[in-house]
Write a protein of this length. Structure first.
Lengths: 275, 302
């Protein structure tokens, strides 16, 4: 690559400023979670007391447990459905209704949450389904599946089809090829898709507010109602813990992808040397 | 006979297609039809709080379509101005995201491969942490005795705190902050594929950097710009959390109007009508987005 196509100082400055803009608010949340004072923006010395208060808050703890369970089952179901949907999108010849299928898969990516939330609630009400954790789970799977499908199908479309074809030529049937060849190769994409669906689900306020029942208050609903009343250092402590968890998950996902990339490059070198 | 049967019976591949297809039909497509239906009903104080469209009196089957909800949306200027102001806020913040996101995406795409992935990760990582909590962080920064005002007063730029929180300025900051990664990612995917040789050729022929950008880079990144803009603009039109936490009494956004209509006024038919009209307004942008998404996927497949 020539010198001119590199990054100019102006571009670099803009990139750094962009990162400052993205990370400054998060840093401020973390710093003030260790603040002694109840006034969130006045520094009065280091303290861990808000973490103690957070863990003693039964309402928040209960809501967190509800959210974690929903997110776990949402992520799992979304990955299964999204993998099937991605295979359909990338591997199958056209079938009647494929256009509609494609539309149904991409529309939730951009659909405003208030519309999704309201309409799926109206479905539950008209079929007389009681609102609770199950209805939140169904609603979450519906929009998370779309995001996971993007991740998985972009991996599937990059995948070298000749490996699958070779296995089929050697007599393996489609199901066997999928489980023995395709699935292991796209595994890193499934892991990052699972993590993505988990974070989307655990983060959702709007859709969950529409379809939740009296005993299924989720963590974002709890946070939203307390944030509406004003700033609270307890929420900062909660935010810090969530950021920590997400950073770890993000690092794991990144490490998996980097390892996969390295292995792919090694394989390519080997193939070149042998060929 | 068996040939005929095979043609009409769903084949084994429908066993594969059916689970995700039926799920999306049942929980994504049909709910819109139900919302459309309920937008034509009367509001009732009952559970469910709306009337039935289809009546059966023993011998008469009646279908009543009540368009008063839509007439209400037309006559009450609140809705009309909320739609307009949501669209305005969405368009302006999409443009701001593009203005900030394009240089970022370009800079990342021109980086060496090793640092590129780290930079990309740094763009994505914030959007993995709670959206709600990131918006909440801005409350602490923007309020009257918040970090930004304290910092500016310490610098001596201002001697009275600026009222930023609970204004539209705060809403714009929040939206650009929350949606910036959705702009950077599609732009990056597009710009990273840009053939460097085209730029080199232009430079070798003596073009100025700005001219190269306007004549080559910008036109070639059109599909990335459209995908990113749609990914930001469409959800922002219906945004609720940001106007609810950062906006003030002057902030009028249709997502918040729908929320209040549903949760505070408990008028489900009017809320459904608001949603239906919003969906109709967004139909064209959603179709453009779908078109570019599927083109993107096809270009990868071929």
């Amino acid at each position: 690559m020539s010198e001119r196509s590199g990054t100019s100082p102006l571009l670099k400055t803009m990139l750094v400023l962009g990162f400052v803009f993205l990370y400054a608010p998060i840093l401020s949340l973390i710093v003030y979670s260790f603040n002694e004072s109840k006034l969130v923006t006045v520094w009065a010395g280091f303290s861990l007391k808000w973490y103690g208060e957070l863990f003693r808050d039964e309402g928040i703890m209960k809501a967190a447990w509800v959210s974690i369970r929903i997110a776990f089952f949402t992520a799992t179901a979304s990955v299964v459905l999204a993998t099937i949907a991605s295979m359909v999108m990338t591997r199958m010849r056209s079938f009647r209704g494929k256009t509609l299928f494609g539309g149904l898969i991409t529309a939730p990516l951009v659909m405003p949450e208030v519309i999704t939330g309201l309409s799926i609630l109206l479905l539950f009400v008209s079929i007389g389904m009681d609102r609770g954790m199950t209805t939140i789970w169904i609603a979450h799977v519906t929009f998370c599946m779309a995001f996971v499908t993007v991740v998985v199908s972009s991996r599937l479309s990059e995948l070298d089809k000749s490996i699958e074809e070779a296995a089929m030529d050697l007599g393996a049937n489609r199901v066997k090829v999928f489980f023995l060849i395709t699935l292991p190769i796209i595994m890193p994409a499934l892991v990052s898709g699972w993590l993505l669906a988990f974070t989307l689900s655990i983060d959702d306020l709007v859709v969950a507010s529409f379809v939740s029942g009296p005993s299924s208050t989720t963590l974002p609903m709890k946070v939203f109602s307390s944030v509406r009343l004003g700033l609270s250092p307890k929420i900062n402590a909660l935010a810090t813990l969530m950021i920590l968890a997400v950073s770890i998950a993000g690092l794991v996902a990144w490490w998996l992808m980097a390892r996969e990339e390295k292995r792919r490059q090694l394989d390519m070198q080997m193939a070149l040397q042998q060929g | 006979m068996s040939k005929l049967l095979r043609r009409w019976m769903p084949g084994p591949r429908w066993l594969v297609i059916a689970p995700p297809y039926l799920w999306m039909l049942l929980f994504f497509a049909i709910p819109f039809a139900i919302a459309l239906k309920i937008s034509f009903s009367h509001s009732l104080i009952a559970m469910p709080p709306y009337s039935d469209l289809v009546g059966w009196t023993g011998k008469d089957l009646t279908v009543t379509l009540n368009i008063s909800n839509y007439l209400f949306l037309l006559t009450d200027s609140l809705y009309y101005s909320a739609y307009l102001s949501s669209l305005k806020i969405a368009v302006i913040s999409t443009f701001l995201c593009l203005l900030i996101g394009y240089p970022m995406a370009y800079a990342i795409a021109r980086m060496p491969v090793s640092t590129r992935n780290v930079a990309l990760m740094l763009v994505i990582l914030p959007s993995w942490t709670s959206f709600l909590i990131r918006i909440y962080a801005w409350v602490g920064i923007l309020k009257n005795n918040g970090l930004l005002n304290n910092f500016l007063m310490w610098l001596g730029v201002i001697d009275q705190p600026l009222q930023i929180l609970h204004t539209n300025v705060a809403v714009y900051i929040g939206i650009v902050y929350a949606y910036l990664p959705f702009m950077v990612l599609p732009l990056y995917t597009n710009l990273v594929k840009l053939d460097g040789r085209l730029l080199e050729a232009a430079y070798d022929l003596g073009a100025r950097p700005w001219k190269v950008f306007l004549k080559i880079t910008l036109p070639l990144s059109r599909s990335g710009i459209i995908a990113g803009s749609m990914l930001v603009m469409i959800p922002v039109v219906g945004e609720f959390v940001i106007p609810a936490l950062l906006g003030g009494p002057d902030t009028l956004m249709i997502g918040k109007v729908l929320w209040d209509e549903f949760f505070n006024n408990r008028d489900w038919p009017v809320a459904s009508a608001v949603a239906t009209v919003m969906l109709i307004l967004l139909l064209a942008p959603i179709m453009i987005f779908h078109h570019y998404e599927s083109k993107e996927l096809e270009s990868k497949l071929t």
